[in-house]
Design a protein around this ligand. Structure first.
Ligand SMILES: Cc1cc2nc3c(=O)[nH]c(=O)nc-3n(C[C@H](O)[C@H](O)[C@H](O)COP(=O)(O)O)c2cc1C
Length: 327
C-alpha cells in the first residue's frame, strides 16, 4: 500500500496528536497544508467536532486525523470520528479489537502506536491498517523502552507487510532519511511540532524545552494515568524525583492507585491544586492561557530529540526540515 497516496501526503512525515490541548486545529491544519500528516490531539467531543471542521476548511483535500488517547477516550469521541468520517485515527496507549474494528468498518484508516513486539502483534491481530513504532527516547508517554531504530525491524516483522511509521528521536531530515533507510514508511514527530508557533504549548514551556540539557523517564505526573513518560526537569521533578527520574515514594504510591481518575472531567481545579510542594501531579501539560508558573508544577513532556533543537519555528518550516530532503 502506498501510504502517501492513501492519506494524500506529499512527504512521509507526520505530527503526533498531542492531547491536553497541545495539538489543536491550528497545528494539525498547518501541518496538513504543508503536505504532511497533521493530527488533532484528543479533546472533548464537541471541541473535537469543531476542530475537525476547522482542519477541513483550512486544509481542503488533505487528510483529517485524530489521536485516540485510549486511557481518556470516551464513547462520544469515537462517535464524532465515525460521524465526521475522519480519514485516519491513531489508537495509542491501549486499545481493543472492538475499537479498531468499529473504526475500520466506518472507513477510518487505523494506526496503532506500539512500543513492544507483543503490542505490535496484538494490533495486527485487531486489524490495524498500519503501526507507529515508538522508541523509548520519545517525548510524552512511552509504550516501551527499546530505542526507535532498534525496535523498528521487530515492528516491521510483526506488521506483516503493513506500513510502519517511526516515532521517537526525529529532529531533522537526516533522522527521517535514516528511518526510511531502515525500512520505515515514514516518521512521526512530537517534540519538533510542540516547538512551533501553531502548537498551544505555553511559550515558557517551549523556552524551557529548548534550554533543557536532559530529558528523563518518570512516573511522577501519574495522577489518573500511572504510566511512564519522558519530561524535562522542573521544580516538581527536582523536589519529587530521584536523580534517575524515579518518583519518590509518596507520589509513586498516590499515582499508582489513581487510574480511575482518568475518565473524570479535567478541571482547572486540578491544575490549581498542583504545586511543586504537594506530590499530586496529573498528566496536564502547560498550555497557552495558563500562568507561566504552571511550567514548574505540570508535566513538561519532551523527547531526546529536543536536545538537538534550537528554535521555535512555523509548522511549515518544521515539515520542510523533517522532510527527506531537509537538513
Ligand atoms: C508534548 C507531547 C505530548 C504527547 N501527547 C501524546 C498523545 O496525546 N497521544 C499520543 O499518542 N502520543 C503523544 N505523544 C507521543 C508522540 O505520539 C510521539 O510518540 C513522540 O512525540 C515521539 O517522540 P519525539 O517527541 O521525540 O518526536 C506526545 C509527545 C509529546 C512530546
Amino acid at each position: 500500500m502506498d501510504l502517501l497516496d492513501r492519506l494524500r501526503l506529499d512527504v512521509p512525515v507526520g505530527q503526533a496528536g498531542m492531547g491536553g490541548g497541545l495539538a489543536g486545529p491550528e497545528l494539525a491544519a498547518a501541518v496538513a497544508e504543508a503536505g504532511a500528516l497533521g493530527t488533532l490531539g484528543l479533546a472533548p467531543a464537541h471541541e473535537l467536532r469543531r476542530s475537525i471542521s476547522r482542519v477541513r476548511e483550512s486544509a481542503p483535500g488533505r487528510a483529517v486525523v485524530v489521536n485516540l488517547l485510549t486511557p481518556f477516550l470516551r464513547r462520544s469521541q469515537v462517535s464524532v470520528c465515525v460521524e465526521e468520517g475522519v480519514d485516519a485515527a491513531v489508537v495509542a496507549f491501549g486499545g481493543e479489537r472492538s475499537l479498531v474494528e468499529e473504526l475500520c468498518a466506518a472507513g477510518v484508516f487505523v494506526f496503532v502506536m506500539v512500543g513492544t513486539e507483543e503490542q505490535a502483534r496484538r494490533a495486527v491481530d485487531w486489524g490495524a491498517d498500519a503501526l507507529i513504532a515508538q522508541g523509548g527516547e520519545a517525548g510524552g508517554h512511552l509504550s516501551g523502552t527499546t530505542e526507535a531504530l532498534e525496535f523498528l525491524p521487530r515492528a516491521i516483522a510483526a506488521a506483516d507487510g503493513r506500513p510502519v511509521l517511526l516515532a521517537g528521536g526525529i529532529a531533522t531530515g537526516a533522522d527521517t532519511r535514516a528511518a526510511l533507510a531502515a525500512g520505515a514508511d515514514g516518521v512521526i514527530a512530537g517534540t519538533r511540532f510542540l516547538l512551533t508557533h501553531e502548537s498551544r504549548a505555553h511559550p515558557e514551556y517551549q523556552r524551557r524545552v529548548l534550554a533543557a540539557d536532559r530529558t528523563f523517564r518518570t512516573m511522577l505526573f501519574g495522577l489518573g494515568w500511572p504510566a511512564p513518560h519522558r519530561v524535562i526537569p522542573n521544580a516538581a521533578t527536582e523536589r519529587w524525583c530521584h536523580s534517575d527520574g524515579t518518583a519518590k515514594a509518596v507520589p509513586r504510591v498516590i499515582g499508582g492507585g489513581s487510574a480511575f481518575l482518568a475518565k473524570l472531567p479535567a478541571t482547572t481545579a486540578a491544575l490549581r491544586m498542583q504545586s511543586p510542594r504537594l506530590p499530586l501531579f496529573t498528566p496536564i501539560a502547560p498550555t497557552v492561557g495558563m500562568p507561566a508558573s504552571a511550567v514548574d508544577r505540570t508535566a513538561c513532556y519532551a523527547g531526546e530529540s529536543a536536545l538537538r533543537m534550537t528554535s521555535v519555528t512555523s509548522a511549515r518550516d518544521a515539515v520542510l526540515e523533517l522532510s527527506p530532503g531537509g537538513h
